[in-house]
Design a protein around this ligand. Structure first.
Ligand code: HEM
Length: 269
């Protein structure tokens, strides 16, 4: 059976004509500004748009707060330092706040980049499974898309764990009507979820800190196109080869067009 050829993902391009003065910062190609995901600007590519970065850091702040306050409550001696009641209150409100950044990021037309990348993270391609199995990953014979198998696995596990933690946390907070066995079950799941989430987040942070280009992508939005070619060749090949259009104007079949990730059969062997 022959391997299917993947359709090219059509994306936008933008010009780099920088006006002097006020517009300079806005037109700095190393900053994504309001440009959509996968926009190419000279030798730079937009990896994450503003909404994605805002959601990432808002969610990271809440999750890290939850892990920190959860750790303080876990180690009873530590919670005494700050006062158990205050630590519990911060933990409760940070948990209840978790859905709001997601809701805000998904609520409007600004959600396109986020939805596109969420589809990418949720779809495991053949080379992603190979990536997860392979001991030596940098041999150059795997065609990695925008995210590698490890990033996808981490994202799926975190996305699955957060609602479970929220639900079991709510059960522990408002437990009056619950039987002992429900309470015990919720405590068990919440405690082990804390351990699992803590390990996932720790691994994620260590990987991120070891990769300055990725850190720049999450802080400013862009990465050098060359990095995309070397680290994420399948993603790079989806980027446009066409001439730049007027700033911000979608090229033919622009960013809202169908992508390989919209086609559920795109990576069937
Ligand atoms: C604490 C909760 C956090 C969660 C739930 C979280 C989740 C995610 C997810 C789902 C992604 C997209 C997939 C991926 O690239 O792995 C991502 C990307 C990223 N995260 Fe986080 N994150 C958290 C905290 C952090 C922190 C504290 C840092 C920095 C120290 C960080 C740095 C990054 C970077 C640099 C990327 C982009 C990687 C790339 O270029 O693909 N994250 N994060």
């Amino acid at each position: 059976m022959t391997a299917p050829t993947e359709p090219t993902e059509a994306v936008t391009t933008s010009s780099t004509t920088a006006e002097p003065g006020r517009a300079r910062r806005r037109d700095d190609p190393t900053r994504a500004g309001p440009r959509p995901v996968d926009t190419v600007d000279g030798t730079w590519v937009v990896r994450f748009d503003r909404v994605e970065r805002w959601l990432h850091w808002a969610n990271a702040t809440l999750v890290l707060t939850l892990i920190a306050t959860g750790s303080l409550m876990y180690v009873g001696a530590l919670s005494g330092i700050f006062g158990r009641a205050q630590v519990e209150t911060v933990h409760l409100y940070a948990g209840l706040a978790l859905p709001f950044p997601f809701a805000a990021a998904l609520a409007g037309r600004w959600n396109r980049g986020l939805r596109r990348d969420a589809r990418r993270l949720g779809r495991f391609l053949t080379d992603d499974w190979r990536w997860l199995r392979k001991r030596i990953r940098r041999q150059g014979n795997l065609r990695i898309g925008k995210f590698n198998g490890g990033q996808k696995l981490n994202a799926v596990l975190v996305a699955g764990t957060l609602p479970v933690m929220l639900a079991t946390g709510a059960m522990l907070q408002w437990h009056d009507r619950l039987s002992d066995s429900w309470r015990t079950g919720a405590t068990f799941v919440h405690d082990w979820g804390y351990v699992g989430l803590g390990l996932l987040v720790l691994g994620h942070i260590l990987k991120a800190l070891a990769d300055p280009v990725s850190m720049q992508a999450m802080r400013r939005g862009t990465v050098p196109r060359r990095w995309a070619l070397e680290e994420h060749p399948r993603w790079h090949d989806e980027l446009p080869v066409s001439e730049p259009t007027e700033a911000g104007a979608p090229a033919e079949g622009g960013a809202a067009a169908a992508t390989p990730y919209d086609d559920p059969r795109s990576d069937q062997p």
